[in-house]
Ligand binder design. Structure first.
Ligand code: PGA
Length: 251
């Protein structure tokens, strides 16, 4: 089953409104006509609307970096799926390791968010990945299995391929250290096996799994050439349009 590649830029807590507009324009100029790869940018909440305007008419979709699972109410500081939808969001990153590390994200909250995102007809990008300690102490497989099972708990088979999984080994995020293409591919194959056990072969074969962690133009081609690496979730290198474009179209 051929899976269309999907490259998303996670701008994290970067860009003022002017910086976001300039970056979005750069992305549209460089990859706005690309249709053989799905592309998204995920600016901070404050810049979503402005970036949505700039992406209009291009093939680049808008993503958000997080969401709250409740529909509305007294949740100071949070935004809901319907709010994201109303400004033109298509994708929502859920369970990023920085959320897990600094903001008490758990497998349970990830699952609630995935359910809310799907119920709103938005598309989740579900982040999973082990820390260096977990990898070194041989817990990598059990951590990944726990995260995948947690995220997909109670998710209907018909909704699974609306999701993208981003495998992001925590030790590779923002560190300049990248998983080797073989390490990434092995992890992706393992993740696909878990999905196959939870659902079936066809669903597992259709689900897109991105790699994330210091992906840049120089290493993108080899990573993306792996059998089970279906794209990338890009942090640092997504903040420069030419680098982001170099990952979408690696030379
Ligand atoms: P990085 O971040 O590309 O800066 O390592 C990836 C991510 O956290 O999504």
């Amino acid at each position: 089953m051929a899976r269309k590649k999907f490259v998303a830029g996670n701008w994290k807590m970067n860009t003022t409104i002017d910086e976001a507009k300039a970056l979005a324009k750069g992305v549209v100029e460089t990859v706005g006509n690309v249709t053989d790869v799905d592309i998204a940018v995920c600016p901070p909440f404050t810049n979503l609307l402005a970036v949505a305007e700039i992406l209009k008419g291009s093939s680049v979709k808008l993503g958000a970096q997080d969401v709250h699972w409740e529909a509305k109410g007294a949740y100071t500081g949070k935004v809901s799926c319907s709010m994201l939808k109303s400004v033109g969001v298509t994708y929502v990153i859920v369970g990023h390791s920085e959320q897990r590390q600094y903001f008490h994200e758990t497998d349970e909250t990830v699952n609630k968010k995935v359910k809310a995102v799907l119920a709103s007809e938005l598309l989740p990008i579900i982040c999973i990945g082990e820390t260096l300690d977990e990898r070194k102490s041989g817990q990598m497989d059990s951590v990944i299995e726990r995260q995948v099972k947690g995220a997909f708990s109670g998710i209907e088979a018909s909704d699974v391929t609306k999701c993208t999984i981003a495998y992001e080994p925590v030790w590779a995020i923002g560190t300049g250290e990248t998983a080797t293409p073989q390490q990434a591919n092995e992890a992706h194959i393992f993740i696909r096996k878990i999905i196959e056990k939870l659902y079936d072969k066809e669903i597992a074969a259709s689900l897109r799994i991105q790699y994330g962690g210091s992906m840049k133009p120089e290493n993108a081609k080899e990573l993306l050439a792996q059998s089970d690496v279906d794209g990338g979730l890009i942090g640092g290198a997504s903040l420069k349009a030419s680098d982001f474009a170099g990952i979408v179209n690696p030379v």
